[in-house]
Design a binder for this molecule. Structure first.
Ligand code: CP
Length: 470
């Protein structure tokens, strides 16, 4: 599988290598702040349509796909099989073809049939996300579980994760075994022999039929006892199951993390005390579901463009972290030629790579890259990949003009910047309306001319929802 953009997400096995998992986890992290805004929305998928096609009950997955799409400003069509023409006998294929008339860009599909998501991908022109297909896979659950764990314990390399319970009927188990291992964890599945599929060790996991060594685990991932899928007697009784395999206060060590995909059968696979314990991250999993599904929708629709942008931002951040200062001395050279530095100057509106000539401590010339001649006695510095600012500039202030002036305005924000020693500030576009068009930017610049105490520039929101300089 290539690590590049893919059109569908129907299985971990085929669609998710470590690089793509890490990319989605990282993207999801960048969506976290949207949930803390007053207006929890970015315009990233404005004009796109997401169709949620659910043939099975769902609380978490359906609500989080809907919320994810809405937070990205997509239009959402929710389809539930109950109450639809499916009850009159319409097939999955005909339903997909019918709803394709609404021209969805993404179809998120849950069915009780293994492989159905891949069929929908063949019938529909949209990108397809598997929201759970029978006993087969649930890839976005695996992604949100990786996301939750990475936020809790950092890299999963070397972590020991035990998946306990009804593995036989669990699409979550299959997706998570693969995803956790791809992230470097070692996985053990444990449960009664009748609920562990024969040959599961071929996926690379260890198998245990008791919980005697559960304390070896860093993470205990309990599965729901899937009563609705059990049509044969797999267990003598649920009481017997709970006695041998329930994760409870006696079996769970205080240092271990407890996960569960939900819904929980309290008193069966988990005791009430561990569900409510500080070790349980079950609510965090649900919270992570929204940002992870935002990242999946965004990645599928913005595809390679978004990935390139995200990588550039990461590379830029890494370069900024590791790059030594351009001139790292007590007394900088009086005459220096800086080549190809990205010059940001709010006063002149410069925002591009330039060569800069400083002579006797004074900026003598700023010109397009390669256009300044080298001269004897000039120190030369390679500025590629770095930003060059006229003085101390605070590049991330929240002036809140227009529309949010009761929180911060041009006067108070720039006055504060000046007091902290900055000679200019760059304002973020989280305003109301956001600064995403020329008229709003012009009005803001006019206001800044009147009210700002030190020069201010604004970052504008691009149409895709990501800030770009402006
Ligand atoms: N974890 C999960 O898939 O939950 P729902 O069935 O509520 O969507």
């Amino acid at each position: 599988m290539s690590a590049g953009a893919r059109r569908h997400l129907t299985s971990v096995e085929r669609d998710l290598d470590r690089a793509r998992i890490e990319r989605i986890v990282s993207l999801a992290g960048s969506f976290e702040e949207v949930a803390h805004r007053e207006i929890k929305k970015v315009p990233a998928l404005r004009g796109r349509t997401v169709l949620n096609l659910f043939y099975e009950a769902s609380t978490r997955t359906r609500s989080s796909f809907e919320l994810a799409a809405k937070r990205l400003s997509a239009d959402v069509v929710n389809f539930a099989a109950s109450g639809s023409s499916v009850e009159k006998g319409e097939s999955l294929k005909d339903t997909v073809l019918t709803l394709s008339a609404h021209k969805p860009d993404v179809v998120c599909v849950r069915t009780p049939w293994a492989g159905a998501a891949d069929l929908v991908a063949q019938w529909s022109g949209a990108s397809v996300v598997n929201a759970g297909d029978g006993k087969h896979e649930h890839p976005t659950q695996a992604l949100l579980d990786v996301y939750t764990l990475v936020r809790k314990i950092g890299a999963l390399d070397g972590a020991s994760i035990w998946i306990v319970g009804d593995v036989l009927h669990s699409r979550v188990a299959r997706s998570n075994i693969l995803a956790f291992q791809r992230m470097g964890a070692s996985v053990t599945v444990a449960g009664p022999p009748t609920l562990i599929p024969r040959g599961i060790e071929h996926l690379g996991c260890a198998v245990r039929y008791d919980l005697d060594d559960l304390r070896d685990a860093d993470v205990v991932y309990a599965l729901r006892m899937q009563n609705e899928r059990i049509d044969q007697p797999y267990l003598p009784s649920l009481r017997e199951y709970a006695a041998r395999f329930q994760v409870n206060g006696r079996r769970l060590h205080p240092r271990q993390i407890l996960m569960h995909p939900g819904p929980v059968n309290r008193g069966i696979e988990l005791s009430g005390e561990v569900v409510d314990s500080p070790q349980a991250v079950i609510t965090a999993q649900v919270e992570g579901g929204v940002v992870v599904r935002m990242a999946v929708l965004y990645e599928l629709l913005e595809g390679a463009r978004a990935i390139r942008r995200h990588r550039r931002r990461q590379a830029g951040a890494a370069a900024r972290m590791s790059a030594p200062p351009l001139v790292h001395r007590a007394s900088p050279p009086a005459s220096v030629l800086v080549r190809r530095a990205h010059v940001l100057d709010p006063r002149t509106g410069t925002d591009a790579p330039h060569d800069v000539l400083v002579r006797d401590g004074v900026v003598a010339e700023i010109a397009p890259p390669g256009s300044l001649r080298e001269q004897a006695g000039l120190e030369k510095v390679d500025g590629e990949g770095r930003h060059l600012l006229p003085a101390f500039v605070d590049p991330h202030v929240h002036l809140r003009t227009p529309g949010q002036e009761h929180k911060e305005d041009l006067d108070t924000g720039t006055r504060g910047g000046g007091r902290r020693g900055f000679c200019a500030v760059i304002a973020m576009p989280n305003t109301d309306p956001v600064v995403d068009s020329a008229p709003i930017l012009r009005a803001l610049r006019d206001a800044a001319t009147r009210e700002a105490r030190i020069p201010s520039a604004s970052r504008r929101a691009s149409r895709s929802g990501w800030p770009a300089s402006g």
